[in-house]
Design a protein around this ligand. Structure first.
Ligand SMILES: NC(=O)c1ccc[n+]([C@@H]2O[C@H](COP(=O)([O-])OP(=O)(O)OC[C@H]3O[C@@H](n4cnc5c(N)ncnc54)[C@H](O)[C@@H]3O)[C@@H](O)[C@H]2O)c1
Length: 383
């Protein structure tokens, strides 16, 4: 009997080790509640991330994790974690040009156009084939596995957080990935515009499993949406009445090419337009979205803004302005912050989809959020 128990314990320990997890070594007698809290603390003492989709955003993210020095960090510490507490332990893609390659090489493989910001040494992480439950984009030849094999591979990586960076428009695939992560005991971050964290029943399943699910559609640090919301908030705070506004976006990179095809274009346009509309306490006419793809722009984006407002005596105030940014770099700070916050949320017992993380890092939300307030709330809980 005692021998059986011992064997079962050593089997459980082995399983935990294979997941990269370890139980607390405390020998003191503790209540089952504090034991499970201690287990959770030790389980996520390291942030181990598996990336889905080794495209432009992943390229910049991987470079930022391996960079010896990183200029432009927004928040040095989030949830008591620093950037170098994040470890990448797994990588999945379906493009034959990336599968089977070391992550250090895959991030610079075609069709990625994200700049080389920083040298990345060989990582020893080989990009593995992912799953597909959607039409494969025209620009790539795919190599895939089925969902249960993916789940097993994911477990072997020891990841505790899965970062979804696959292209937009693959709703079923993103959903399958989220379910596989859930079954493998990983929290899930959905940067794509698909309804994953906004799906309340899926979020409830993550909560029941003491995991975190956040998304949807990453809000870039200083992209078109944040900039647009910021100007509108400022104009409103100065007593102007906004009447009409639009934002037109032109960019390169495969995600932009993907985004200009209907119906993805309309879906993205709805998300951006709604997020911008929500910034003001009254209704006004606005449209925002990706307008075109220009291949030689690489991973850069130009966003044009036009705003018409009324001031004293109904006098006109008009703004014409454009913003030029790099897409992947614009995602970097927010991703690093969200990953650290997700790890901290799980430690604190904030399971499911913590509103303060979703509001800070994403555009598509279950309930509207104001840009400035969301940032303040996020910092008050995680800095
Ligand atoms: N600042 C930003 O760039 C930003 C902002 C908001 C949202 N996002 C979202 O982030 C995601 C990634 O953007 P990106 O510019 O890196 O895209 P990308 O097209 O450069 O990269 C996508 C990668 O996913 C891979 N892929 C395709 N299907 C896959 C599958 N089934 N499994 C695994 N991998 C698969 C592709 O081969 C490619 O390597 C998109 O959904 C985008 O909407 C990005």
């Amino acid at each position: 009997m005692a021998k059986g128990k011992k064997q079962a314990r050593s089997k459980a320990k082995k399983a935990l080790r294979s997941k990269g997890l370890r139980r607390s070594s405390s020998k003191t007698k503790t209540s089952s509640k504090s034991r499970s809290a201690a287990f959770l603390r030790s389980e996520i003492s390291g942030i181990k991330v598996a990336i889905l989709g080794i495209g432009n955003v992943a390229s910049c993210f991987v470079q930022s994790i391996y960079a010896k020095e990183l200029k432009g960090m927004w928040h040095e510490k989030i949830g008591n974690y620093r950037r170098n507490d994040i470890k990448i332990v797994g990588a999945f893609d379906i493009d034959k040009r990336k599968v089977g390659r070391d992550l250090a090489d895959a991030i610079f493989s075609e069709p990625n156009v994200s700049p080389k910001f920083s040298a990345v040494p060989k990582t020893g992480i080989i990009v593995q084939a992912g799953i597909v439950n959607h039409e494969v984009p025209r620009h790539l030849t795919s190599q895939t596995i089925d969902a249960s094999d993916f789940r097993d591979q994911l477990k072997v990586t020891g990841a505790n957080i899965v970062l979804n960076l696959i292209p937009s428009g693959m709703a079923d695939t993103s959903f399958d990935y989220a379910e596989a992560a859930l079954k493998a005991g990983c929290s899930f971050i959905n940067a794509t515009p698909e309804s994953i964290a906004s799906d309340s029943s899926l979020s409830a399943k993550f909560e029941a499993s003491k995991l975190v699910l956040v998304g949807d559609d990453l809000l870039s640090q200083f992209g078109g949406t944040a900039f647009h919301k910021g100007i509108l908030d400022f104009m409103n705070s100065r007593g102007l009445r906004i009447e009409k506004s639009y934002q037109l976006d032109v960019g390169g990179g495969s995600e932009t090419l993907n985004t200009i095809s209907e119906p993805i274009k309309l879906e993205k346009r709805d998300i951006k337009t709604e997020s911008i509309s929500e910034e003001l306490p009254y209704k006004f006419e606005t449209v925002a979205g990706t307008t075109d793809y220009v291949d030689y722009m690489g991973n850069n984006r130009t966003s044009y803004f036009w705003i018409q407002a009324k001031s004293f005596f109904d006098s006109d105030v008009k703004i014409d302005v454009y913003l030029r940014t790099n897409d992947a770099a614009n995602a970097g700070n927010v991703l690093i912050d969200v990953i650290r916050a997700v790890a901290r949320a799980r430690q604190k017992g904030r399971f499911g989809s913590p509103k303060e993380i979703c509001d800070y890092g994403f555009k598509k939300l279950r309930k509207p959020a104001l840009l400035r307030k969301a940032h303040e709330e996020f910092l008050s809980q995680y800095s």
